[in-house]
Design a protein around this ligand. Sequence first.
Ligand code: G1P
Length: 292
Amino acid sequence: MTSTKVRKAIFPAAGFGTRFLPATKSIPKEMLALVDKPIIQYGVEEALAAGCDQIVIVTGRGKSAIEDYFDISYELECTLEKRGKLDLLAVSRQVSQMVRLSYVRQKEALGLGHAVLMARDLVGDEPFAVILPDDVIDAPTPCLRQMVDAFDQTHSSILATQIIEGPAISSYGVLDGKADPSNPRLFNVSDLVEKPQPGDAPSNHAIIGRYILTPAIFDVLERTPLGAGGELQLTDGIRGLLATEKVCGFSFEGTRYDAGDKLGMLKATVDFALKRDDLGPQLRAYLKSLKL
Ligand code: G1P
């Protein structure tokens, strides 16, 4: 490996976002606003807080709004400057100055494993993070930071996990494993399965959209057959990695919202807005006034 530090974070963002139709007919789901920032920005900020300085976004057709968003917006910024709206100018500039971004196209929707493979040349021979922007995680220490700290000790691939009760487990990758005696948040993974039938899930430990992977995953993904939904599944690739490397689950501290789901997005919107000084008190008063 050319580096043992996690410097690069991949953001798969080529999906259609069908759960948010019709809004996602023309807006990438990653650009839907959670209060006043697109959901992808929460993930990008989390990657920066974890020490990553290179972001690779895997995009597809109809996703150019993401590239425009992280770019300089000359017309907007000139207008704000002329009108003396310097606070808003700073808000806009902060986004384009935030980080070094690269984009790679996933031409066909062949799955999460395929999306990660598209970034192979940009990542090279070093460990990297994968952030699924739909999964927004609110935590005192950003989730990926917690995982990087664990990776610095183990140097093995780490998957964020959360307990999911009941039949909803079938919407996730699920891992089987044993607690690691060295760290109460770590599991030694013995098997993984993508979207099992409820009765077939090996545990209730679901994979959540944060991964740190060693570069060995790329060769494994190249030879992994298509899995659930006829797609190249990242979970299947990680299962293949288990043949040669240790893989850990990581039970992170924090609250995860599925912002790719309408109810999840609404919950996140309420919780995030309630925490804000400029919105919280008024929103709280409004919610209390509702006769539910
Ligand atoms: C993806 C992964 C799955 C994981 C989930 C977390 O599924 O394939 O293993 O549990 O993200 O959000 P998707 O939600 O894209 O179907």
